[in-house]
Write a protein that binds this ligand. Structure first.
Ligand code: GAR
Length: 205
């Protein structure tokens, strides 16, 4: 197979998932999405996956008594489908060291700021943009990075800057960062990592 099998983890609206779906066969040539998993059963991202004909499933944290059991369920599904790359696209849970080690070098995440600004525990979704506005930064952006055991601490793959406007609210800033940065760099970074993983696969043959 010439494509890397991608699994996407989501929690909400799934606009970044949509950007990946739209990029398949275009910017994203070396990978194909084979599974979408959501920790939130009512995530609109699941509808996007269904509409694109991609197998998807909700793995609800509430159905498990511990984080370890929940992650075990995720790992089971990811392993069964043969996922080679895991993309966190608006996945709002911090993964344990055990999970990260199980897929070392094979998990990437999109974050809505220029890391190392406005990142780490507690910085997710709109909160990131609220913090950027209250600090008064004039430039923000998005980052795609490898996931390691430190929240938002893995090596950076791609970044893109976006200007902040005087009139911005967290919502208008979020929209601009998504449109001008996240939806562009996430498919590009996915392609870069898939190409790299395909090379490793060839070496192992
Ligand atoms: C995106 O802005 C993503 O970068 C962010 O949540 C949003 C999800 O939107 N992720 C984080 O904050 C993770 N730390 P989406 O569901 O429409 O892709």
């Amino acid at each position: 197979m010439k494509e890397i099998k991608i699994a996407v983890l989501v929690s909400g609206g799934g606009t970044n998932l949509q950007a990946l779906i739209n990029a398949q066969g275009k910017v994203l040539k070396s990978g194909r999405i084979g599974l979408v998993l959501s920790d939130n059963p009512s995530a609109y991202a699941l509808t996007r996956a269904k509409e694109a004909g991609i197998p998807c499933e909700a793995v609800n944290r509430k159905d498990y008594s511990s984080k370890e059991e929940f992650e075990g369920a995720l790992i089971g599904r990811l392993t069964n489908c043969g996922a080679e790359l895991i993309i966190l696209a608006g996945f709002m849970r911090v993964l344990s060291e055990k999970f990260v080690k199980a897929f070392e070098g094979r998990i990437i995440n999109v974050h809505p700021s220029l890391i190392p600004s406005f990142c780490g525990n507690g910085f997710y979704g709109l909160k990131v943009h609220e913090a950027a506005l209250s600090y008064g930064v004039k430039i923000t952006g998005a980052t795609v990075h490898y996931v390691n055991e430190v929240t938002d601490g893995g090596k950076i793959i791609l970044q893109k800057a976006v200007p902040v406007r005087e009139s911005d609210t967290p919502e208008t800033l979020q929209k601009r960062v998504m449109e001008k940065a996240e939806w562009i760099i996430l498919p590009r970074a996915a392609e870069l990592v898939c190409r790299k993983l395909l090379k490793t696969r060839e070496v192992l043959k």
